[in-house]
Design a protein around this ligand. Structure first.
Ligand code: ST9
Length: 106
């Protein structure tokens, strides 16, 4: 339904904004694997399937990013948005679960 599409789009945009506003160096250190997962889903959602040619050996970071995007194949924009939101929920829950107990205020 159209209203579901809009809701999906809003949740994706909210998740994107949260990640863009995170400090570069915080207490939480995402792995490269995790960052690449978010990157691939973001590109798939925003730009669609990867049609660019793979960067050369002089750009290893570009290669990792390209690979993360390319491996999503023909995944739809909507599926990529939903997967991005689900991934963020999963990570947020992990952060909550591993938060030191003495940080609790209640
Ligand atoms: C901390 C706080 O310690 C406490 C913990 C809270 C934990 C909450 C849990 C939430 C999940 C955390 C997971 C983080 C993983 C992030 C991975 C992101 C890749 N999503 O505009 P550019 C692309 S926090 C994905 O030049 P910016 C964009 O297309 C401590 N990709 O640079 C471009 O590629 P290309 C840890 C995105 O705006 C490339 O990224 N802090 C997104 O300066 C660069 O974009 C962090 O991990 C997006 N939303 O940087 C910081 N937006 O050129 C996380 C853009 O090929 N945030 N792209 O098109 C960042 O690293 C940056 O804000 C950024 C954008 C990379 C997402």
């Amino acid at each position: 339904a159209e209203s579901e599409d809009i809701g999906c789009h809003r949740r994706f945009q909210a998740a994107v904004n949260v990640i863009q506003k995170l400090p570069k160096n915080g207490a939480y250190r995402p792995s490269y694997e995790m960052m690449l997962r978010f990157y691939g889903l973001y590109k798939q959602a925003v730009s669609g399937p990867c049609r660019a040619s793979r960067p050369g050996f002089w750009d290893p970071v570009g290669q990792y990013k390209w690979d993360a995007w390319k491996r999503l194949g023909e995944m739809s924009c909507g599926a990529a948005m939903m997967a991005y939101v689900e991934e963020m929920k999963k990570v947020a829950q992990e952060v909550i679960d591993t938060m030191p107990v003495n940080e609790k205020t209640a």
